[in-house]
Design a protein around this ligand. Sequence first.
Ligand code: GLN
Length: 313
Amino acid sequence: MAIMRVPSSTQTFQPVLERIADEIGRTPGRGRAADYIPALAACDPRSFGMAVAELDGTVYGVGDWREPFSTQSITKVFTLALDLAREGDELWEHVGREPSGNPFNSLVQLEYENGIPRNPFINAGALVVTDRLQTRTGDAAGELLAFLRAESGEPSLDFDHEIAASESAHGDRNAALAHFMASYGNIDNPVPDLLDQYFRQCSIRASCADLALATGFLARHGVRADGSRLLTRSQAKQVNAVMLTCGTYDAAGDFAYRVGLPGKSGVGGGIIAVVPGRCTLCVWSPGLDERGNSVAGVAALDRFTTLTGLSVF
Ligand code: GLN
């Protein structure tokens, strides 16, 4: 099969996105929307959107690419970057960077690893990162929202209070993770305050276009949309590497095999992905597989790297 041409200044990603949307539209069986957060269960699993952003902010999209959805665990990438930018390597004394091989909300490793979560993208690790960002800023979720608004150029991005309340009402497992880590001294803030920050963080609604743009700093080796630097080149490499190895939980190996890009999924059905030095992607379709990754989203990214040859390998 021939590789589709990818854009020079006179071409666009549009044809490849349209081809992928057409293929996905003809594929039956697209998973089930998350129902452990009741407010997410109402999503139409047939929704599908995909966007590609080039380094200069040019965005291409198809399907529901301008439709805001619940970002959920995708936000873990941004809180990691915001905290790493502030505290640097000290963070890695409190959270690891190895794949967990366990579900995103698992408790089992925490006890025999002394309350240090395996990586920043499982819930336990993300709680540690948000806690540390909260200590440093006094408003972790607010910092995150401001960052996403600035990078996407979309000042209307906001928390979804219904989703946050729904998750809070069904948040026993995250509360257990936070209390358990607090017992090892790995959480600084009062657990109810931390959970409030974390649920608001996860509830932010944004579209594929917004998230592809907001991820741009990882393709620009740490440089934000306005040209200022958030991360060193080395830190941007670190975040991309942890996304590749841990960004899709216990399916990270399969995702790397199929897609070959750093990626991060959320139970809202979104996935962001990075082609370092080239472009960023976001795909959304709410139907999930049993590991919590969007079925059509992974398939679409798999097709993108196959059709364009744009992977890190
Ligand atoms: N807010 C969700 C939770 O904590 C995020 C999980 C996810 O997107 N994988 O369970």
